[in-house]
Design a protein around this ligand. Structure first.
Ligand code: AVJ
Length: 327
């Protein structure tokens, strides 16, 4: 939790105290203004993301669940060698999808342990509660850390590792960010390691637009919640009713972007930043990119970051892919 001491914060407090404060200051000082989607996930944000995954328009979770449920066996075969390995899932969440893969690996006689890595200890407790019952064989080694920071210091291990980065989380990095992240991961991998990566594919634009603008307004609330978080944690005075959710999808590039648009001219003080920020009517704040891929983009991305695509598993509709990438 960030400390807000009315009027007593100086610049070095702001700069040293919290990455959140620093990133909000930089983002709202930029043109166009932007906020970072990694900050969506406070307690309320976690709840809203769960609700997004349960919404009828958000197909990504259903597609990946179908792949894991119905192709767990070939996936387990593609992933395992005779060597014992550790399955390291980056940003595991509560483990609701991966269980199909764990069960398929076990059925295949794979010798493996499972290390879910997530920034939220609460979510890892839920994961353990969900996965432990009925799986006495599971070697579960949860780790509550920021996986980005952890990866920076990670070197190839003695034991083989298979990383998993599911759910099209890569799509939030943008193009350069994605190559940067994958290259970082690649440097931490030994020659026999592998990466299981989930990527959302280009499809009928109407389907994608609906997924990021659901009729019940959950995605809108998810974006607006970041303004509420700034209010709580940084002493901001945003009126969330002063902004609207304005997502867009460009079928040519596959970029789905979310913006918040100011509904009027307004000035918003943020105490912890000791600044007011002005928003013109119609001005947009960039919130998130959710990249959609096609085969050419995936070939390009994997090559640029030092990987080769070894296996490709898609749902029946061909909307989503889980791929095994190797060095
Ligand atoms: C968790 C990054 C995969 O981009 O589809 C869902 C987040 N944002 N609805 C995505 C999200 C709006 C989601 N990822």
């Amino acid at each position: 939790m960030n400390r807000v001491r009315g009027g007593l914060l100086n610049d070095s407090d702001v700069l040293n105290d919290s990455a959140f404060a620093r990133d909000v200051l930089a983002g709202l000082s930029a043109t166009p203004k932007r906020l970072m989607s990694r900050y969506f996930y406070d307690e309320r944000g976690d709840e809203l993301f769960q609700a997004i995954m349960a919404s009828p328009e958000y197909y990504l979770t259903d597609c990946e669940l179908e792949i894991l449920r119905e192709q767990g066996e070939p996936m387990a075969t593609a992933m395992a060698t005779d060597e014992p390995f550790e399955l390291v899932e980056l940003g595991s969440g509560d483990g609701s999808k991966i269980r199909y893969l764990l069960d398929a690996l076990q059925a295949n006689g794979a010798d493996f342990s499972y290390r879910p890595v997530d920034i939220s200890a609460a979510v890892l407790d839920q994961l353990a509660g969900r996965l432990r019952p009925g799986r006495p064989w599971l070697e579960l080694r949860p780790m509550a850390v920021n996986y980005m920071a952890w990866l920076e210091d990670l070197v190839p291990g003695e034991q083989r590792r298979v990383f998993a980065f599911m759910g099209s989380n890569l799509g939030n990095f943008g193009d350069e960010g994605a190559v940067g992240f994958l290259s970082l991961l690649r440097r931490a991998m030994g020659p026999r390691d592998a990466l299981l990566i989930g990527l959302d594919l280009k499809k009928d634009p109407a389907i994608i637009r609906a997924a990021y603008n659901d009729a019940a307004g959950v995605t809108a609330a998810f974006n607006l919640n970041l303004l509420a978080r700034i209010n709580h944690e940084l002493g901001g005075e945003f009126d969330p009713a002063g902004f609207e959710h304005a997502p867009e999808y460009d079928p040519a590039t596959g970029a789905a972007r979310s913006w918040l648009r100011s509904l009027r001219d307004q000035r918003v003080p943020i105490a912890a930043l000791e600044r007011d920020f002005t928003f013109a009517q119609g001005e947009r704040v960039f919130m998130e990119i959710s990249q959609k891929y096609d085969d050419a983009m995936i070939a390009d991305l994997s090559t640029r970051s030092g990987f080769r695509v070894a296996a490709d598993f898609r749902d029946r509709r061909g909307w989503f892919t889980d791929q095994l990438w190797v060095p």
